[in-house]
Ligand binder design. Structure first.
Ligand SMILES: Cc1ncc(COP(=O)(O)O)c(C=O)c1O
Length: 348
């Protein structure tokens, strides 16, 4: 049985969180002289002189309408990168604890582990980019606090077998983090539905990908109330700024537009796969459930440098273990994809 008290850091158990002016008074007063703000306003058309809502309640209410998850089970971070860091700071004792990573995967898990002085135990994905469950079981010890699974996975693009993630959730005494940054492009169901059953599950999503808001830095973690309470206690008080909260809320009214873009992205992904296959320097294209494709080539560095000269930037992943020879290509607009394909036609 998962017990949060078995994995929470002792200093975090004892932590008395910062109490902001907005935590101490939340009513509808007319004169706010409690937070040392500039009472005159902002030198802008829009006013930002007041601190934002520390718990982003309006934004959470809207996310609840879309995702069906109550606000008490939602954490909002300055990008999901902040949620990753907060999980380390809440649950992992520096220099003592470890986490399991399953490369090739999203690079920030390891960077966050290094920043927090936490050992990152790597258990490579199998040749078909699925979990090596036996390897993971062997790597786990009493100090293993978190397992990070990215599904659909960056940079490989595939979804991780649902049953394998369920096996981890059922057997691991720490937290399984399922990073669903690319879930809107996937054929797979989100793990959000499993939250009521799994006390040790954290699902991460972001507004940076399908929602087109990478510049606002808004990421979400969904989990049990007790995990969310810890994350809220550890986060900086005003971690999501007022402008991002307002703009994200406005954007979340436009679900229809986002669904259109997702459809178009998937159609363009199919088109890229079909046309890239025709090039003799393309060895393989891995099945993708995301808005990018991983393409194995005969000459990744040569193609990458050539494309840079044409003003086209893709991601060279050829030095990553299990991605030798690979470029990761984000699906662009139809026009951008045409430019890419035409440029590749002239590659020698
Ligand atoms: C798998 C994965 N998780 C998280 C992130 C970061 O998301 P955010 O912009 O919300 O910090 C990325 C960005 O590339 C990603 O690929």
């Amino acid at each position: 049985m998962f017990d949060i008290n078995n994995i929470l850091r002792e200093n975090i158990k004892r932590l008395v969180p910062y109490s902001s002016a907005r935590d101490e008074y939340q009513g509808e007063a007319s004169v706010f002289l409690d937070a040392n703000e500039n009472a005159f306003g902002s030198p802008l058309d829009q006013q930002f002189n007041r601190y934002p809502d520390p718990l982003q309640y309006d934004l959470k209410k809207r996310i609840t309408e879309i995702k069906g998850v109550p606000p008490r089970n939602i954490f909002i971070g300055n990008g999901s990168d902040e949620a990753i860091d907060i999980l380390f700071r809440s649950f992992c004792n520096p220099g003592v604890d470890n986490v399991i990573l399953v490369p090739p995967t999203y690079g920030m898990y390891e960077v966050s582990a290094n920043i927090n002085d936490i050992e990152a135990r790597k258990v490579n994905l199998t040749e078909d980019y699925q979990l090596n469950l036996e390897g993971i079981a062997e790597a786990i010890d009493k100090n293993t606090k978190l397992i990070f699974i990215c599904s659909p996975n960056n940079p490989t693009g595939n979804s991780i077998n649902r049953d394998d993630i369920q096996t981890l959730l059922a057997n691991f005494k720490g937290i399984v983090v399922v990073d669903e940054a690319y879930i809107n492009f996937s054929r797979q169901k989100s793990f959000i539905q499993e939250l009521t059953e799994c006390a040790n599950l954290v699902v991460m999503q972001t507004l940076s990908k399908a929602w087109g808001l990478a510049g606002l830095r808004v990421g979400m973690a969904f989990a049990s109330e007790e995990i969310i309470e810890v994350m809220n206690k550890v986060k900086p008080p005003y971690n999501v700024n007022e402008s991002s909260q307002q703009l994200a809320l406005a954007a979340l009214a436009n679900v229809g537009q986002v669904n259109e873009w997702i459809k178009e992205t998937l159609a363009q992904r199919d088109r890229l796969v079909l046309q890239l296959k025709e090039f003799d320097f393309v060895v393989d294209i891995y099945p993708s459930d995301a808005n990018f494709i991983l393409v194995k080539t005969t000459n990744a560095n040569g193609i990458y440098d050539y494309l840079v000269k044409q003003g086209i930037i893709v991601r060279n992943r050829s030095k990553v273990e299990l991605c030798e020879g690979c470029l990761r290509i984000t699906v662009g607009t139809p026009e951008e994809n045409t430019i890419l394909l035409e440029a590749l036609q002239n590659f020698k």
